[in-house]
Structure formats: C-alpha cells, structure tokens
Design a protein around this ligand. Structure first.
Ligand SMILES: C[S@@+](CC[C@H](N)C(=O)[O-])C[C@H]1O[C@@H](n2cnc3c(N)ncnc32)[C@H](O)[C@@H]1O
Length: 374
C-alpha cells in the first residue's frame, strides 16, 4: 500500500470520528434486514455523517456532490485506490466494506456472507465475549489465531509490545491490515496461513483465538464451519499450545462446547489441561438444545422461509446423527502454570451472576492483582 492510500485510510478515521460515526453506530451495528428501510429514512438528509452511514452501514450509493462534502479529491482518490471505495459506472460512490465499531475500535468487515465463503466475519456475540473477558495485563508478545477483522489482536495491542495475528483467508489478512491502519495501530503483524504454521516454533505470552466452531456437514464458510463436531480447529489450536505458550502465559479461546451422547468437550478440555499442567478457567453461557442451535444457525434465512425450513430440518438430522445433546458458548482461559487446576462458571450473557466486564472482579477471578493490569 503506497503513502497516498495510507494517508487516505488515516483521513477516513478522522472523518468517522469527527462526524460521530462511532457513537451513532454503536447501537445500530447489529440490526437485521428488517430495520434497513427505517434506517434509510432516518439518515436520508444529505449531511457528511449521513453519507458515511449510507456508505459503511447501509450499503447504499452516495452521489459525487454529497461525497465532495466528506472527502477532498486526494482523499477520495486514495480510498478508491485502496478498494475501500468504488465508483459505479454512473459516477456514484459505494463502499466495499461495512465499518463496525467496537469499544475504541472501528473495524472494516464484510456486509453479507451469502455467496462468499471468504467473507470477513463481522464481530458477533462470540467476539464480544472473548474481548470482554480478555486478560488485560502487560505482555511482551501475543498471537491471535483466526483473526478475521483483527478485533482480538487489536484489542490486545494496547497492552502488548509486539502482537502477531494469523488467518487462513487472504481477504481477512488484507482487511485486518487495513484495520491496523484505520485504527492507527502499528505493533500488530498480520500473517497469512494455517494456525501456527506462519510462526513456526515461536512462543508467546498471550494467545487468543475465535476459531470456526459450528458443527457442520459442509465447509461452506471459512469463519463458521468447524467440522462434523465443530471441534476440528479448536483441538488443533489446543494441540499447539504446549509448544507455543510461554511459562505463565495465558491462552484464551471462545468456542461452542458441545455435549454428545459419547463425548463431552468440557471433559476433553479438563483432560487436556490436566495432561499438560495448565490451569483452565471456563466461562460458559446457559445451555442450548438442538432446536435452539439449529434455528439460531439459520436465522439469517428467515426472509426466505422455504430455505430456512429446509436448512433447519437438515441440520437437525445432522445433529441427531452426531448424537448432539446440548451446547454452550464458552470462553476457555488456559494458564501455563505447570500446575493443573480447573474451574468453571456459568456467567456469559448473565451479568447479574457475574459481571464479566467488571475488570476488578474479572482480575480476582483470574487471580491477578490490580497492579498486574493496565
Ligand atoms: C469466527 S471468525 C473470528 C474472527 C475474529 N477473530 C473475531 O473474534 O471476530 C474465524 C476466523 O478463522 C479463520 N480461520 C479458519 N480456519 C483457520 C485456520 N486453520 N487457520 C487460520 N485461520 C483460520 C477464518 O478465516 C475466520 O476469519
């Protein structure tokens, strides 16, 4: 990326911030398709802020006159060169990405997933749970596997000297690099490849991962499909931890954890920690049954009811075949202490029981003193 393009991305950050895009969008970034006409009406007036919202949230065109009120000619040229903006044959401007705000970050990711197996994942509830429960103490080195938009690597970058992030999907690698520029973060190195392969035998103080974890009969989406029982990538990540996690280092993984008639993922995590002398701390959501899992999985197809019905039914047949009993969303925290310990708590999405975004309580749970944290 040349200097004009880098300057254009930096200027985009300024435009988003000065026009209040971040604050306005925080409550609206996870709307469903039904909300679109209402939002288009709400933001119909021609203002710089509304032009940014039309481009990066509503996926609509903005004409050249309205764009001239947001970007000067050089900024526009740079953004067109990076491919962040495109020009239609009629001369209107469209955006190639959505911009999703999370905490202090703004993140390029993809608008829609249908028909795109390399879509860059828009941070979801899973990403937020890992970010909220993240260990936030100073580290020298970190590694974020399955980085997607780069959200976990970028959240960790503020308390890590040198961060590395890896993704198999070249489109995610490019997007995560754009996100470093958009957020003015220069201590994250984004690499393309399969899990630990690009980092060879390097070791880290802090490893994070949000792998594809959905049990799936197909491998249609890079970010979603985790193999027949949803655990292919999870176990490959766990297998690499003894080699890549420094002594006293932390590894945090968000994933679905399933119970089958014959196997329990939670027991497997327990046995792995015991075999390797790790401490394992689990935050779990309430359990969901196969009907909840199947309908949540295909909820985006609700507007095409026949397809939704077929997909949910086929998926239930698959869940019966693999003898699915129940599942949880979980954040697993491993610590390489050399001393096995296992603790488990049902608290995700249940701030009443334990407010996981309360730093002092979280630190107490991880047994970190306040002076450890930033
Ligand atoms: C659920 S998304 C998570 C994105 C982001 N870390 C987050 O928390 O929102 C999973 C990501 O894993 C990547 N991925 C899948 N298999 C991988 C592998 N074997 N090695 C590296 N990345 C992989 C996908 O391309 C996708 O970007």
């Amino acid at each position: 990326m040349d200097d004009t393009e880098k300057a254009a991305i930096a200027s985009l950050r300024v435009k988003l911030t000065t026009n209040g895009y971040n604050d306005e969008m925080k409550s609206r970034s996870n709307f469903n398709a039904a909300a679109l006409p209402g939002l288009a009406y709400r933001y119909r007036e021609e203002t710089p802020r509304n032009s940014l919202i039309k481009l990066f949230l509503l996926r609509s065109e903005v004409d050249r006159n309205a764009i001239a009120n947001v970007f000067d000619d050089e900024e526009l040229r740079g953004l067109l060169e990076t491919g962040v903006l495109n020009e239609t044959p009629e001369g209107a401007i469209t955006a190639a990405y959505k911009i999703y705000p999370y905490e202090h970050l703004m993140l390029f990711c993809d608008y829609a997933t249908s028909g795109m197996n390399d879509a860059v994942y828009t941070p979801g509830g899973d990403s937020a749970e890992l970010a909220r429960t993240g260990v936030r103490i100073p580290f020298e080195s970190s590694l974020d596997l399955c980085t997607g938009s780069g959200i976990q690597a970028l959240m960790g970058a503020s308390h890590t000297e040198q961060a590395t992030a890896v993704d198999l999907n070249p489109r995610a690698v490019h997007t995560a690099r754009l996100n470093c520029l958009l957020n003015g973060i220069d201590n994250v190195n984004i690499l393309a490849g399969d899990l630990y392969t690009p980092v060879a035998s390097k070791t880290y103080d802090f490893i994070t991962a949000n792998p594809p974890f959905v049990t799936s009969q197909t491998t249609e989406l890079f970010f979603r499909d985790g193999g027949l029982r949803g655990d292919d990538t999870l176990f490959a990540i766990m297998d690499g931890l003894p080699q890549h996690l420094n002594e006293c280092g932390f590894a945090q993984i968000v994933t679905h954890l399933y119970e089958f008639d014959d196997i329990s993922h939670i027991d497997q995590v327990h046995d792995f920690a015991q075999a390797n002398g790790f401490e394992a701390i689990l935050f779990l959501s309430e359990a969901f049954d196969k009907y909840q899992l199947a309908s949540a999985q295909f909820s985006t197809y609700l507007t095409k009811y026949k397809k939704y019905q077929t997909e949910v039914t086929d998926y239930l047949v698959h869940l019966d075949k693999i003898r699915y009993k129940t599942g949880y969303l979980g954040v697993i925290t491993f610590r390489n202490t050399g001393k096995f310990r296992f603790k488990k708590m049902f608290s995700l999405n249940k701030p009443v029981v334990f407010k996981v975004d309360n730093r002092a309580k979280l630190n107490a749970f991880y047994e970190l003193s306040d002076s450890d944290s930033n």
